[in-house]
Design a protein around this ligand. Sequence first.
Ligand code: 5AD
Ligand code: SF4
Length: 420
Amino acid sequence: MKNIKFYIETIGCQMNVNDSDKMAEILSKRGCFRTEDMSQADIVIVNTCSVRFSAEHKAYSLLGRLKEQKDVNPNLIIGVAGCMAQYAAKEIKTRCKFVDFVLGARDIDLFCETISKYVPDNKEINQNRNENSEVFRYITIMRGCSNFCSYCIVPYVRGPEVSIDYNEILKEVKKACDDGIKEIILLGQNVNSYNYNGVNFTQLLQKISEIDKVKRIRFMTNHPKDLSDELIDEIATNTKICRHIHLPLQSGSNNILKAMNRKYTYEQYKTLYEKIKNKIPDINITSDIIIGFPGETDKDFQDTFNASRQLQFGGLFIFKYSPRPKTLAAKLKNTVSLETIKERHSLLLEDSNIISKKINEKYIDKTIEVLVERVNNNVAEARNSQNIKVFFDTKENLKGKTVNVKITKVLPNSMSGILQ
Ligand code: 5AD
Ligand code: SF4
């Protein structure tokens, strides 16, 4: 029997990367081989995202290309998974009749059953599993979201927030350690509100760090309304937790924050931000901003721009507002023109890049510890505790190793240096 090759295209967030890994593991266990070349695949899975229209557009154009591939190879199996598959299954099935199955993000547990209809169980033939080659692994600790930020589709697609049993999480963490994983990345839409049978997020972090083999822990994402003092103290004192907090601000204008249903003011955010910086001086705080939320005036944008200057984020992800079905914001009039959104976006991007680069400049000539994630063409790609990407030349395969690098050059989102 011929080797079955599968290709997975992951669009969107780390949660999807995690789900793609799970699907890949199931396919590998059934004897299939992963390929990075879509045109060679017998099975293609498109793991979709619906957070912005552009992500959906990307999925449909990929499906367009897959139709052509299926015209040439009618045996090709095409599956659509993830968020778009969850809420727009009907539309996908109507628009793309050549798709074999559609499996929503909330039904990922049914993947094994679904795929068994298409792939015989052939586990003997796959000797090639490379489970031990990952450096970090995502572990989902919560599903869904109950915050209903007015622009966001996630609560409608992924359902209400549910915390996963910490016993299950600890089991997964131990398995990851046994597989040689060096870094654990805990995932949830708002990890700060984790609670399973009275065990909160700080206590979960404590339980995980008690596992001897765990070396590095990261987590995302945080919500400013729920990040506790207790958690800040835990990060400050627990050396296994990386010095990085992603803390989405979304807007620096109180009017817009209110309309977004974020449940904090800029002043409250700033107080929290300063508390974190004071208690954990070497922390890197990154953030998300949405530009062009309905009704965003020049003054609102100026508030956001000033906030970015005042807070000095280590990294800023700036998104153009995209109206999403079902959300409250999608019903709002007073939309901002595309030209204005574009203009504000580039103004903020340019300024925030200068800030991030300046922040990184403090590393110049310093020797820092980094964990190597991959080596390609004699260039290693690593990450420091602050989650900044670090590149350096090496002839050795240092993947998974912690090494020291002297930083010689910085950019807004990465640095490079010399292996010590
Ligand atoms: N339009 C633009 N950006 C969005 N985000 C979430 N929903 C939207 C939307 N409708 C951004 C937020 C969030 C990040 C993951 O995506 O900034 O923090
Ligand atoms: Fe969306 Fe807000 Fe939930 Fe984040 S916290 S997933 S932005 S609703």
